[in-house]
Design a protein. Structure first.
Length: 314
């Protein structure tokens, strides 16, 4: 019988883990005639009792595995580590807070096995319960990145998806340090089916994604999958040169023909501040790409493993 591995990134999720476990076991019981289950909890350097809960679950259920990082490396690293450790013929990634409904796994599995899809991914069609300003900026981000990037990123896309072993291996072949999985999932290709569902609230705990973290994450996505900002910086430089040349011609003409005096201190300060601001903005764009390149060239590991299930048989 085929094996389905469920990769579950966890950061300070000791309250949600038992609830998630009960729900995923219900799903595994419904699918017991179709596929065997393996559940991998990835402790992303949690500061609460997440690892203790994972050890306990492992002691009572051999299907449960766990790995733990030496510190918090982020969800992207946790997903990558889980994919590396997964042994399944099919691999699913889902959040432990039950905002990714486990009951969808049966439909996802059937789409892959019966209709020939390589991946079944999920997207939220509503953002009910989410702060309006966060929803607004999320929609603007998806609109922007799909305009400036050749890689399509679906609005409302979740990391929750079930994929074949072939697709999982393709994702693992991309060993970049600065990871933006929503883009990576699309970039590797494969035939993907999208399942839509309404937003679900967390069952326990608090979200780890503040507005600031989401903003930085969105910038990572733009830098990782588009060079358009660099082109914009270049075009702004060309445009300013043209404007400056036109103004020089106007000032020289007014002075030589009509004898008008050259505008003094206020206009000069405004021009300096304006051009200085444009220069700093363009340098900031360039700096983002240089900093990401710098981190990649260090060739640091995506994560550092501190502990893993001793009964693990690769």
């Amino acid at each position: 019988m085929n094996l389905l591995t469920v990769v579950v990134p966890c950061y300070n999720e000791q309250e949600a883990m038992p609830i998630f476990y009960n729900e995923i076991i219900k799903v595994s019981d419904k699918m017991k005639d179709l596929v065997d289950f393996e559940i991998i909890f990835v402790d992303d350097g949690s500061k609460d009792g997440t690892i203790r809960v994972a050890r306990h679950m492992n002691s009572i259920d051999s299907r449960v595995k766990y790995i733990s990082f030496s510190r918090n490396f982020g969800k992207e690293a946790a997903m990558y580590a889980g994919l590396e450790k997964a042994h399944g013929d099919y691999v699913a990634i889902m959040d432990v807070d039950l905002q990714d409904p486990p009951e969808l796994l049966l439909d996802m599995y059937q789409y892959i096995t019966n209709e020939g899809y390589d991946c079944v991914a999920t997207r939220r069609i509503t953002r009910k319960g989410e702060p309006p300003i966060r929803s607004f900026f999320s929609r603007r981000f998806y609109s922007l990145i799909n305009r400036i990037s050749k890689t399509e990123i679906v609005d409302g896309a979740r990391d929750y998806r079930l994929m074949t072993r072939q697709m999982a291996q393709s994702i693992l072949s991309l060993k970049e340090y600065n990871r933006f999985s929503k883009g990576i999932f699309s970039w590797v290709g494969f035939n993907t089916k999208w399942l839509e569902y309404e937003n679900v609230k967390r069952v326990a705990g608090e979200t780890k994604w503040s507005f600031w973290k989401l903003l930085l994450y969105s910038l990572d996505g733009i830098v990782a999958f588009s060079t358009t900002p660099l082109a914009i910086a270049s075009l702004m430089g060309i445009l300013l040169c043209v404007i400056a040349f036109i103004f020089i011609c106007i000032i020289v003409s007014k002075t030589l023909i009509w004898g008008d005096p050259v505008a003094g201190y206020p206009s000069m300060i405004c021009a300096i501040i304006f051009i200085g601001g444009i220069q700093l903005f363009c340098m900031g764009i360039l700096g983002q790409y240089v900093s990401k390149t710098y981190l990649e060239t260090k060739n640091r590991p995506i994560y550092i493993l501190k502990e893993e299930d001793k009964s693990w048989n690769p």
